[in-house]
Design a protein. Sequence first.
Length: 195
Amino acid sequence: MSPLPSRLPPHAPQFRQRAWRKLFRGIVRVSGWRFEGELPDVPKAVLIAAPHSSWWDGVHGLLFKVALGVDISFMAKRELFAWPLGPLLRKLGGIPIERRAAHGVVEQMVRQFQMRERFWLGVEPEGTRKQVAQWKSGFWRIAREAGVPVIPAYFDYPRKVIGVGPLFQPTANMAADIAALRSFYAPFRGKNRGI
């Protein structure tokens, strides 16, 4: 069984760096990791990734993002976008955010959804590698205000799997939505812990 699907859904945002994609697909093949589930055929979504328990999650996530060829943007503090790291972060989908701006992060990201034809935004809802009692609500607020679905993506280290579950449409009940999403993640185990 191939560790990666051969093609993307037509409406998914595409990562156009073909040479990088080929290199990263080779790395995935020899790593023993594989992808499961089906990427949804939607042009805009908030993709959440959990459990987030190690800095390795970012390494594996970036590896699979490029290997799959899907353009998933991510937020990072503006200070990281200085030379020499800035151009690379932008090329890989990084969006600098001003956390102290008059308009909050949610508003900045909703504006990104409004300005782009295709846009998947990756967010780690736990907000930290430490175990937390509750998730941050920013991802839900972004998805709800932008009118886009949530793609639940997961790390399952014991099986060496990165996968995606079914699309989730946010409702008006934030607490119930987050509880439902957290229950989806119950079977999966990160490098250092589960949800």
